[in-house]
Design a protein around this ligand. Structure first.
Ligand code: KG4
Ligand code: ZN
Length: 335
């Protein structure tokens, strides 16, 4: 079964063709980040307009690279939420129009569920239960993916952030340090020249369950730089990154032990961070667990993960009605 999938929930315009939820025939991602750079963050209206201009060519290229025409497709999917409402509407309206005009089922996909399924695309042998650390600009969650009674995959939330998301913390600290946008890659680049042990920043909620807190860390960075204006920015970036990675990894490790997970998997934009990737691999090796570290392209927003999830959802729930609305605050279906 071939699915054409569209992702426009934030600032990447993406389309992919995925076969049977596992085989990637093509994946095209057009990032708008250069467009939003001047504003220091994503401007929703600018994003919607750019999606409108880019989507047609991006879908065309995905179909061409997959060597697929509408006649070979079995469904059209799009991210239906969560995300920016204007951006979601562009992708969903287009997907519904393609589906209707080609006589195919439409499948609305939850963006977060997409991130959870991304690893399966690259590692079909992924075994459950697996603890997934989902860290993006909008979310920070520890989820246990487990097999349900009916053979379906279930998602159990073990912990989440009580304030800022991990990516948000990277973006805010990068902006404060004048490192630019998007903040995660900028901090990572700057941190390469710094000493991660130079400054001892707080580890929010360390030792207290599985929830996360990053706003105190952000304030600590601002206070430190104000008190030490001569500090080397690379040391601040490296020490901040170390503090974030430390708590993420410690909690994922504890959660994996509690549920006796076969593996730890990471997803979302922050999972592109080299320090986090390296540390997750290290703790998995030490604990005798598998580490599923998707490629960077599969961690950040893309349509391939939406196509993989759509196949799975179509089999379990059937098509989504064409009058289904987008939902900017869509939640993950949890057990
Ligand atoms: O999943 P994503 O592409 O978009 C959503 O939020 O859904 O994640 C974007 C976030 C941004 O906050 C960005 O700064 C962060 O992921 N990010 C990184 C890195 N690359 C992207 N954070 C740390 N290190 C990176 N290398
Ligand atoms: Zn995302």
């Amino acid at each position: 079964m071939k699915v054409l999938a569209i992702e426009t929930s934030c600032d990447e315009t993406a389309a992919a063709v995925v076969e049977d939820g596992r085989r990637l025939l093509s994946s095209v991602v057009s990032s708008q980040s250069a467009l939003h750079k001047a504003f220091g963050g994503v401007v929703p209206e600018v994003a919607s307009r750019a999606h409108l201009e880019l989507l047609g060519p991006v879908v065309g290229e995905a179909m061409q690279r997959a060597g697929t025409g509408p006649a070979e497709l079995d469904a059209v999917a799009a991210t239906i939420g969560p995300g920016l409402i204007g951006s979601l509407l562009v992708g969903v309206s287009a997907a519904k129009a393609y589906a209707w005009s080609w006589g195919l089922p439409f499948v609305g996909v939850n963006h977060m569920e997409g991130h959870l399924h991304a690893a399966f695309l690259e590692d079909p042998k992924l075994s459950l239960p697996t603890v997934v650390l989902l860290v993006s600009g909008g979310h920070t969650m520890l989820i246990c993916m487990q097999g349900g009674d009916d053979g379906q995959v279930e998602y159990r939330l073990m912990g989440e952030t009580i304030d800022d998301a991990a990516g948000e913390a990277f973006d805010k600290v990068a902006r404060y340090l004048g490192l630019g946008y998007p903040g995660g890659p900028a901090i990572e680049r700057t941190a390469r020249d710094g000493d991660p042990t130079a400054i001892s920043f707080p580890r929010g909620l360390a030792g207290a369950g599985y929830d996360f807190s990053f706003s105190g860390l952000k304030t600590a960075v601002v206070r430190y730089v104000r008190a030490h204006p001569e500090v080397w920015v690379a040391d601040v970036a490296a020490s901040f990154q170390e503090a974030v990675v430390d708590v993420l990894v410690a909690k994922a490790r504890k959660a994996a032990a509690e549920v006796q997970a076969r593996a730890i998997c990471i997803g979302g934009g922050v999972a592109a961070n080299s320090a986090l990737r390296r540390r997750v691999e290290e703790i998995c090796r030490a604990d005798g667990r598998a580490a599923f570290i998707p490629s960077r392209a599969m961690c950040t927003d893309n349509a391939a993960m939406i196509g993989a999830t759509a196949w799975y959802r179509l089999r379990s729930d059937g098509p989504t009605p064409l009058d289904a609305p987008v939902d900017p605050n869509l939640k993950l279906p949890l057990v």
